[in-house]
Design a protein around this ligand. Structure first.
Ligand code: SAM
Ligand code: SF4
Length: 502
């Protein structure tokens, strides 16, 4: 498409009617003043109030803005200990001891936007541009399958050449690939494809739903309007703060009811962004009865040619990062929380124990980088920098040592446990029971199909403990049919069947 064609294409992207319909009393759900005043009101919170808030989180209820603000403003280190302990307890209650694994697949880096922090931005002449062909998408998928992954998130810039039809082709290409697991010779494939892409109109979102996407993820980047305007030039599509603010409202209305929110930490004050994420979750709950499926909180890392990504005055320290993870865990107890390979192994390990539920491993973010591993991908010629390049087996081994089961479960979305259904189950801590069974089944598959001897030794011990817990649990004893089916599926996997889920 030429320059004129691209200009015309851009004109058709934003639909004001698909923004204003979500206003409540004529107002957006983000209001700078109300966030600042909550933080000021709670600048010195009473410890009794904090303990009441912790009890509320433990009863799996989303916090009110003043409650999250109060947690953010705690100064006493001992009270922070209590906050952290409660965050761990909330995670255990809702998600048990599972970590879900996925891999990102970067399909194209063409982009019409100019986000100041991103290597893919249009004005960055140093970035080598590439769009994967469907054959290349399949090759990438095969490489990711060889690691043992079952869940992918496809990532795109915003460009007419990689608009929704290209995305759908990619989704179909990924689902079409079958590979053979190295240790067992069993067939394997990707079972869930999520998307991280620009905000879209509802008609396109419906097409994505039909193509079988799992979660649709859009990060607001920053909820602070002035900062948003500073880092996203106003003449670009991304410069439209409000089109992005309601991207996930549109998605839910279009039927994509697993939606994922996020903020890029380092652009503005971290406490403000946590409040922004909370308001986003509350507005989705208010308008649709569905909270976010996951929350992401990537910290900005150095990107090629981006001055801001190396020099922002708002970079978040490790100490503040851990605090924001604990506060988010408590604020939206039902949401999954994703820590990515942007983080170094050591900090990732800490926040996985503080309430995160998902992470990526064996991550490559160069376009075509999974299958072209020999090729010299210029370390900087990527959208941002990776902090944890370890392969899946190494991370699974590590989390196993910490007592966590690695899950590749994709059952929820395939059994219709999405949106409102899953939210209800999560808040009654019921989903954790189903997921525990599916986590064990998929962990069994991984141990038989891919695990190194050391990972297998750790995994066998862990899985034995899980099986005992399941057999001795009152919940499952009251559901003998479910338990019987689980036992049968577990045996069938050992006998060579795959992709069994409850
Ligand atoms: N183009 C789509 C969009 O902007 O929504 C797709 C997403 S972009 C390829 C994925 C995410 O990477 C962005 O939403 C942003 O939060 C994050 N990102 C961009 N630059 C980054 C950097 N320097 N460090 C860490 N994350 C970054
Ligand atoms: Fe493009 Fe997304 Fe990067 Fe912005 S963050 S330049 S929209 S790829």
């Amino acid at each position: 498409m030429g320059v004129t064609g691209t200009k015309e294409w851009k004109k058709g992207i934003i639909h004001n009617a698909e923004i204003d319909k979500y206003l409540i009393d004529g107002k957006d759900y983000i209001d700078n003043e109300s966030i600042f005043s909550a933080l000021t009101r709670q600048s010195n919170p009473d410890p009794h109030f904090i303990r009441d808030i912790l009890q509320k989180s433990l009863s799996i209820k989303t916090l009110a803005p003043d409650e999250t603000a109060a947690l953010l403003q705690v100064k006493d280190p001992e009270l922070w200990q209590e906050i952290n302990q409660t965050a761990i307890a909330v995670k255990k209650k809702v998600y048990d001891n599972r970590i879900v694994f996925f891999a990102p697949l970067y399909c194209a880096n063409h982009c019409v936007n100019n986000c100041a922090y991103c290597g893919f931005r249009e004005a960055n002449n140093l970035e080598v541009r590439r769009i994967l062909t469907m054959e290349e998408v399949k090759r990438e998928t095969t490489s990711v399958l060889k690691e043992g992954h079952k869940r992918l998130i496809l990532v795109f810039g915003e460009h007419p050449s990689t608009d929704v039809d290209y995305m759908i082709d990619c989704i179909k290409a990924v689902y079409s690939v079958t590979d053979i697991a190295p240790k067992s010779g069993q067939a394997t494939n990707i079972r869930r494809v999520n998307i991280n892409a620009a905000p879209m109109e509802m008609a396109k979102l419906r097409k994505l739903k039909e193509a079988g996407i799992g979660t649709y993820q859009v990060f607001q980047e920053t909820y602070h309007r002035e900062t948003f305007a500073n880092v996203h030039p106003s003449h670009t599509l991304k410069g439209h703060y409000r089109w992005r603010l309601y991207a996930l409202h549109r998605a839910i209305e279009a039927g994509v009811d697993d939606v994922a929110i996020g903020a890029l930490f380092g652009l503005y004050n971290w406490k403000f962004e946590v409040m922004g994420l909370l308001h986003h979750a509350l507005d989705l709950e208010r308008q649709f009865g569905i909270g976010p499926h996951t929350i992401s909180f990537p910290r900005m890392t150095p990107a090629l040619g981006s001055w801001l990504s190396n020099n922002s005055e708002y970079m978040v320290s490790d100490d503040h990062f851990k605090k924001l993870v604990a506060v988010l865990r408590l604020s939206v107890p039902t949401a999954g929380m994703i820590v990515t390979a942007r983080e170094k192994a050591a900090i990732k390990r800490e926040v996985l124990q503080l309430g995160c539920t998902q992470t990526d491993a064996s991550t490559r973010i160069g376009i075509g980088a999974y299958s072209d591993q020999q090729k010299d991908f210029n370390e900087e010629s990527k959208q941002f920098t990776i902090g944890d390049p370890r392969d899946l087996d190494a991370v699974i081994q590590e989390v196993g040592k910490l007592g966590y089961i690695s899950s590749f479960c994709t059952a929820g979305y395939r059994c219709g446990r999405t949106g409102e259904t899953i939210m209800g189950m999560l808040s009654h801590c019921e989903e954790s029971k189903f997921c525990k069974l599916n986590a064990v089944l998929t962990y069994r598959e991984y141990l038989n199909d891919y695990a190194s001897p050391a990972t297998k030794t750790i995994g066998e011990e862990l899985i034995q403990k899980e099986l005992e817990e399941i057999e001795n649990s009152d919940y499952f004893r009251q559901k003998p049919h479910l338990l019987a089916r689980f036992r049968q599926d577990y045996r069938s996997i050992i006998d060579g069947q795959r992709d069994l889920y409850l």
